[in-house]
Design a binder for this molecule. Structure first.
Ligand code: PEP
Length: 253
């Protein structure tokens, strides 16, 4: 149980990008993650599955966490091409993204599937970075808050804590588009998510990190990360280059 303001967290989602040679970017992130910055913000990189083992090994002792981008709900079995949360934990990774909108869209992941994946993450001792967010049509239709409510209720399992769950609010229309909601809109949705988390999990909900995701870059990070109830960012494109990723984290320096 915690009622402290959460320590900010910036996670980089590399998506389907990165070959062996990209390890240099991780090395640069670790080099730039000086003790003064470490004291202010936690960092994670979520490379493609092929790079989990080398990245987890390289990051040992650096305090940069390594995460996967998805997991299967089951621990093992006949699921060709999938990775279980236990396998991810076995690489040395500590986090896993679940319910990213690209998985919800490309792989028809429902809230029930995302919930099962979050439970799998906890079973394996991983922190779940659970993504929610409205489409452009839902935003235009004025249903953003109810969409977020449905996703929170359907995707977040009982047993969530500040230590095992990070929520990433990512408006689908802002991902990879260069479009960002207004500060007021971000503040409204984050306050709403906080209120829902507290209503369901009590004081523990105050300590749960709520990240904003969608076209965050060094030039807009300062403004976005200052918004109340924004406890960090989930970053896609701008996490691929160490200088940009560190430039975003520098908003907390
Ligand atoms: C993401 O995919 O989670 C994301 C936020 O992407 P981008 O930063 O590129 O918009």
């Amino acid at each position: 149980m915690t009622d402290a303001k959460p320590k900010p967290f910036i996670a980089g989602n590399w998506k389907m990008n990165g070959l062996k040679a990209s390890a240099g970017e991780l090395v640069q992130v670790m080099a730039g993650y000086a003790p003064a910055l470490r004291a202010k913000v936690d960092l994670a990189i979520c490379p493609p599955a092929t790079q989990l083992i080398p990245f987890a090994l390289a990051a040992l002792g650096s305090r940069v966490a390594i995460g996967a981008q998805d997991c299967h709900a089951k621990a093992s079995g006949a699921h060709t091409g999938d990775l279980s949360a236990e396998m991810i934990a076995d690489t040395g990774a500590s986090h896993v993204i679940v319910g990213h909108s690209e998985r919800r869209t490309d792989h028809a992941e429902t809230d029930a599937i995302v919930r099962a994946k979050a439970e799998a993450a906890w079973r394996a001792g991983l922190v779940a970075i659970l993504c929610i967010g409205e489409t452009e049509a839902e935003r235009r239709g004025g249903t953003t808050l109810s969409v977020v409510d449905t996703q929170l209720e359907g995707s977040v399992p009982d047993g969530a804590s500040a230590a095992n769950l990070v929520i990433a609010y990512e408006p689908v229309w802002a991902i990879g588009t260069g479009l960002v909601p207004s500060n007021e809109d971000i503040a409204e949705v984050h306050a709403h998510i906080r209120q829902r988390l507290v209503a369901r999990f009590g004081a523990e909900g105050e300590g749960m990190r709520i990240l904003y995701g969608g076209s965050v870059k060094p030039s807009n990070a300062g403004e976005i990360l200052r918004i109340e109830n924004v406890d960090g960012a989930l970053v896609g494109g701008a996490s691929l280059k160490a200088a940009d990723f560190l430039g975003i984290a520098a908003a907390y320096a």
